[in-house]
Design a protein around this ligand. Structure first.
Ligand code: HEM
Length: 367
């Protein structure tokens, strides 16, 4: 969990495209193969129903549907996301960062006191809703993440579905209880008369909210851990913030794994992938592929070009990539200027997840 790169390098070197019987899937670790699958819409699907697999209604959302269901919902959510004034949002986020850091004692759990409140408040700002209770959220979010590993641990599914039901109730409340100008205001207004599958839209809002804070908070905490291990990296967030953000996303790769199903027999990476088979893309490995990233295990905050796959590619590429990047710039620019000596004051504890890496607690001294 702390550093999966050595395992990924070993896989890529011994067999970069191997069949994993236990999960009935190909496992891909090369950047070129992972990118080809993500862009190969006519051959690979995110919708497992097309391969005859049952998917619970709760899991039918933007990430798990193909055209023709996907584009209209994506357009709706993208229009709602863009309708926010993003310059004003960035200014509010910078203010939020300053307030959060100013109010802290010298020693803190960076995850609990900074990463989670910052990302929850920011995504709620985008959605135009009041942030929910953080202790409640800390209970419902982990079971949702656990289900991303359901292939390895099927027993986690019931708790994951129950947690989604709790989040769904919150989404329903937000449909009628929101502020003007946020995503909920736009979606609830436009949804009427569009003829879209309401369940698909509501599940997609839930996953936007959930990814909005959980993936982003994990990015912030993993990035700080990487920066602590690489003194000198922090100042690049004041100097060249865009390349620095791209590099921490590549280096930390919160989303370690994406999965697709194969629709038609396909020659790829020297193998024949048969229709009906699964392909597991190890994004964390692709982002450390030496064929694409020279010195892949070094954190180089001015690395350019940086064609990482941290936000995916193609049809399902991350809707909130710019939001995650904006928060990362805001937080680390502030740390670079006002807390350049940030350092650990205890052992970090990692989340146990094969799909979404993260730090559960990260005790640090800020000044
Ligand atoms: C560090 C933060 C984040 C990372 C690493 C991340 C990563 C990803 C990745 C890899 C995908 C592609 C999934 C696939 O191809 O199957 C994705 C999709 C998505 N992300 Fe993010 N994400 C982050 C933050 C966010 C935020 C802040 C939001 C909300 C504003 C968000 C909303 C979404 C949505 C709705 C999709 C589905 C897009 C579609 O299927 O069309 N993500 N994300």
């Amino acid at each position: 969990m702390r550093n999966p790169a050595p395992v990924y390098h070993a896989w890529r070197e011994s067999d970069p495209f191997f069949w994993y019987e236990e999960l009935d899937t190909w496992v891909l670790t090369r950047h070129q193969d992972c990118a080809a699958v993500l862009k190969g819409l006519d051959r690979f699907t995110s919708d497992w129903r097309r391969l005859g697999e049952g998917t619970p209604d709760e899991l039918i959302m933007l990430q798990t549907v193909d055209p023709p269901d996907h584009p209209p919902v994506r357009r709706l959510l993208a229009a709602a996301y863009r309708s926010r004034d993003h310059a004003a949002l960035a200014a509010r986020t910078a203010g939020r960062v300053r307030r959060l850091l100013a109010d802290l004692p010298a020693e803190v759990d960076f995850v609990r006191e900074v990463a989670v409140p910052l990302t929850v408040e920011t995504i709620c700002d985008v959605l135009g809703v009041d942030p929910p209770d953080l202790d409640w959220l800390a209970g419902v979010s982990p079971p949702v993440i656990d289900t991303m590993d359901a292939g390895l641990r099927p027993e986690v599914i019931p708790a994951g579905l129950a947690a989604r039901a709790e989040l769904d109730a919150l989404m329903e409340r937000w449909m009628s209880d929101h502020r003007p100008g946020g995503m909920f205001a736009v979606v609830s207004e436009k949804l009427r008369g569009m003829g879209l599958d309401r369940r698909l839209v509501m599940n997609s809002l839930r996953s936007t909210f959930h990814a909005g804070f959980e993936s982003s908070a994990r990015l912030l905490a993993l990035s700080l851990l990487a920066i602590i291990d690489n003194p000198g990296a922090l100042r690049f967030f004041a100097k060249t913030p865009d390349t620095a953000v791209d590099e921490v996303i590549r280096y930390t790769s919160q989303v370690q794994v994406l999965a697709r199903g194969c629709l038609v027999d396909t020659e790829l990476g020297g193998r024949t992938v048969r229709a009906g088979q699964g392909v597991t893309l190890i994004i964390g490995a692709a982002n450390r592929d030496p064929a694409v990233f020279p010195d892949p295990d070094a954190l180089l905050p001015d690395r350019s070009p940086n064609p990482h796959l941290g936000f995916g590619r193609g049809l399902h590429a991350c809707l909130g990539a710019s939001l995650a990047a904006m928060q990362t710039r805001a937080l680390f620019a502030e740390l670079a200027v006002h807390h350049p000596e940030v350092r650990p004051c205890g052992e970090p504890v990692m989340w146990e997840s094969g799909t979404l890496r993260g730090v559960r607690s990260l005790p640090v001294t800020l000044s």
